[in-house]
Ligand binder design. Structure first.
Ligand SMILES: NC(=O)c1ccc[n+]([C@@H]2O[C@H](COP(=O)([O-])OP(=O)(O)OC[C@H]3O[C@@H](n4cnc5c(N)ncnc54)[C@H](O)[C@@H]3O)[C@@H](O)[C@H]2O)c1
Length: 443
């Protein structure tokens, strides 16, 4: 099939490369000239495991091309995916500016019947607006479908290649047939293709992300209860998650959800519900718990070290909002670090891949260490934001020797408290009792 993918971010690049891998001719288009120039040189502008070799091989095979000429990409394609960003507007709604810009460009460039698919996460009713924008510019027949994307950053290629399910909101038999054929190679192991009406598909994406965000906020509320009651949230998590009706995924407490999707999608769903006169209090509570949780490491550190941190070095492990990505959008680390800087601390941070992205947010206001151990020199405390694998089994002796004080605030529960106390540290984690080196007991 001849496919155009408009927007070459996390979603567009992965979708384009994976659709090329299954033999389609794919043009990926974006308005950012520098990004397209880099992609044409085979340089991948984001960190996503497995994506670079996929792009390289499909570029070499001639099945994948990159362009800034969006109209030409539309003219050359029978199937067009819209995968541009839908950032939050000021009132929390999804900003559809980029989606509707693309829809108008598609309308102006139509040279025959085409299937247009919104892959961007868009509120219910957007497909109708996309159709109106296209049809205002052309008499050619257009099928407008919704195919929300469920990939996770950090495992995006794997998720696209082996989806749990494919959701297709379609407006015609023709569109259903085209999309079924396109996705057939990805569901050979039995994942289902769920065909539904367009508004239901649009809502499914927000409902799925909001359900996952709800599980996270629920467990963060339980973590607070465990801290207050002297219980262990890990035990509670295992007890709850082994119930077959609940399952173990997305039950890890931490420092709040971040990234480019959950925060904005929960906000946008709240806005849609309120606009339609539907009570959104459940999701407003999810957001409020999350906002509080992002502050938790900072609150605990200032309770322990005082509000004036001038003259103190604070080491940070992990900047990205989760492991295996360099995405810093809405990262909880930014909340902690801004708070530390406001209180006069000198912040020395390490992240295996997100330093370049972090510089866009924090500039040179913090120091970036080459290794996680380098970050610890003279530090009064270590704050852990991201559960990167290399942080999981550190050399505690080396850490203790480097730090001014053996004090850890772990937002991801990476270690067994008894082990860390035995290694000589005071250790604060989430939903578990704080341990000190002397007693190895709760304080
Ligand atoms: N990132 C994720 O994990 C993820 C997962 C599922 C769904 N989504 C959704 O997919 C959409 C895209 O997300 P993303 O993270 O890939 O975004 P992104 O910000 O990484 O990339 C968007 C790209 O679209 C380009 N663009 C903007 N306007 C354009 C235009 N008029 N013509 C051509 N290109 C244009 C931008 O230059 C940018 O390269 C969003 O709606 C998001 O909510 C994202």
């Amino acid at each position: 099939m001849k496919i155009a993918v408009i927007g070459t971010g996390y979603v567009g690049l992965v979708a384009g490369a994976c659709l090329a891998e299954t033999g389609n001719d794919v043009v990926c288009a974006d308005i950012l000239e520098e990004k397209i120039a880099r992609l044409n040189r085979g340089e991948v502008p984001i960190y996503e495991p497995g994506l670079e070799p996929l792009i390289e091989s499909n570029l070499a095979a001639g099945r994948l091309t990159f362009t800034t000429d969006v109209p030409a990409s539309v003219r050359a394609a029978d199937v067009i995916f819209i995968a541009v960003g839908t950032p939050p507007g000021e009132d929390g709604s999804a900003d559809l500016k980029h989606v509707l810009d693309v829809a108008r460009t598609i309308g102006e460039s139509m040279n025959g019947e085409k299937v247009v698919i919104t892959k961007s996460t868009v509120p219910v009713g957007t497909a109708r607006l996309v159709r109106e924008a296209i049809e205002s510019k052309t008499k050619h027949r257009v099928h407008v479908c919704s195919n929300p994307e469920f990939l996770k950053e950090g495992a995006a290629v794997e998720d696209f290649m082996k989806p749990d399910r494919v959701v297709l909101g379609v407006d015609s038999e023709h569109a259903a047939g085209v999309l079924r054929d396109l996705y057939a190679p990805f569901v050979r192991t039995g994942a289902s293709i769920l065909i539904m009406d367009v508004p239901s598909a649009e809502i499914t994406k927000y409902a799925a992300n909001s359900m996952l965000a709800t599980r996270i906020s629920f467990m963060n509320a339980m973590a607070r209860l465990c801290e207050a009651a002297g219980a262990d949230v890990d035990a509670v998590r295992r007890g709850v998650g082994s119930d077959g009706r609940i399952g173990p995924s997305f039950l890890f407490p931490g420092i709040g959800y971040g990234g480019s999707c959950f925060p904005k999608d929960v906000k946008a769903l709240v806005k849609t519900m309120r606009d339609l006169g539907v009570d959104a209090s459940i999701l407003q509570a999810v957001e409020a718990v999350n906002d509080r949780q992002k502050q938790t490491l900072l609150d605990r550190l200032t309770r322990r070290l005082g509000d004036d941190l001038s003259g103190k070095v604070i080491a940070v492990w992990g900047l990205a909002f989760k492991p295996n990505t360099d995405d810093m959008r809405e990262a909880p680390s930014l909340v902690s670090i801004e708070g530390l800087l406001r209180r006069g601390a000198e912040v020395v941070a390490h992240d295996p891949v997100a330093v370049e992205e972090a510089r866009h947010h924090l500039g040179d206001r913090i120091t970036y260490a080459a290794t996680n151990y380098d970050a610890l020199d003279g530090a009064s405390a270590l704050v852990i934001h991201t559960e990167w694998l290399p942080y999981r089994n550190p050399d505690f002796k080396r850490m203790e020797a480097a730090m001014a004080e053996p004090l850890i605030f772990d937002g991801r529960n990476l270690y067994d408290p008894a082990d860390v106390a035995a290694a000589g540290f005071e250790y604060h984690s989430i939903g578990r009792q704080t341990v000190t080196p002397k007693t190895s007991k709760s304080v």
